[in-house]
Design a protein around this ligand. Structure first.
Ligand code: ADP
Ligand code: 5GP
Length: 211
């Protein structure tokens, strides 16, 4: 019997929403789900390991890979290049794993165009005020960087929500993780109609804009 091919799940969100927190928990608690390790030209942060968090490469090597067509998608974010390689995706899917692509929205748009099997989940903060509070609370960004991230969220990230299949609000972390799990389960079972109505992206965006 041939093995099932895994499903690629793209997860994107405005920076500070809690995407990393949610994605780590999802992968840790779901044996069928594997994290897609991206390539990046960003220097490794303290505690990050090459081949685990990212494949850390020079800009020259990244450009060479991109010219060879090695990437399903790639994008520049904050002065660094990021990309998902076909090789990484194929290997995981062929082993029957579903694959979590935690990427920003320019890349998500390319996956929409280049990988018809992918499903798209957008995470939203409960309000823009709470997004700002989380960015400050995380303590990794200066006040100026927080302002830049909020402008990017409003101008680039939120308007991209329409290309996603689902939008989940990360208000209570536990509920958000349960909601995303319900979406993964529904997609695996091929039962998606009610979920797509419940997590409709345009309704979620309207709620956020009105908040
Ligand atoms: P992202 O990867 O989207 O930039 P992070 O996962 O780094 O976001 O989360 C941003 C900050 O918000 C972190 O300090 C994290 O602990 C916090 N956070 C995440 N989810 C929640 C939540 N549901 N409620 C309150 N704080 C949260
Ligand atoms: P960070 O540098 O904080 O790890 O990531 C910065 C942003 O790049 C995050 O929004 C993250 O999701 C995104 N990112 C990580 N890997 C990829 C990738 O392979 N492709 C794209 N397009 N974005 C990525």
């Amino acid at each position: 019997m041939s093995r099932r091919r895994g499903i690629p799940f793209v997860v994107a969100a405005p920076s500070g929403t809690g995407k990393t927190t949610v994605c780590r928990r999802l992968v840790a608690e779901d044996d069928q789900l594997e994290f897609s390790v991206s390539h990046t030209t960003r220097p490794a942060r303290n505690g990050e390991t090459d081949g685990v968090d990212y494949y850390f490469v020079s800009r020259q090597d990244f450009e060479a890979l991109r010219a060879e067509g090695a990437f399903l998608e790639s994008a520049e974010y904050n002065g660094n290049l990021y990309g998902t390689s076909w090789d990484t995706l194929h290997k995981l899917r062929e082993h029957g794993h579903d694959v979590l692509l935690e990427i920003e929205v320019q890349g998500a748009r390319q996956v929409r165009a280049g990988e018809p099997d992918a499903r798209f989940i957008f995470l939203l903060p409960p309000s823009m005020k709470e997004l700002e509070a989380r960015l400050h609370g995380r303590g990794t960004d200066s006040a100026e960087t927080v302002r830049k991230r909020l402008r990017w969220a409003e101008g680039v990230e939120l308007p991209a929500i329409d290309l996603f299949d689902y939008a989940v609000t990360n208000d209570n972390l536990k509920t958000c993780i349960e909601d995303v799990r319900a979406i993964l389960a529904g997609e695996r079972a091929g039962e998606t109609g009610a979920l797509r109505r419940r997590f409709d992206p345009s309704a979620a965006r309207d709620r956020l804009v009105g908040s």
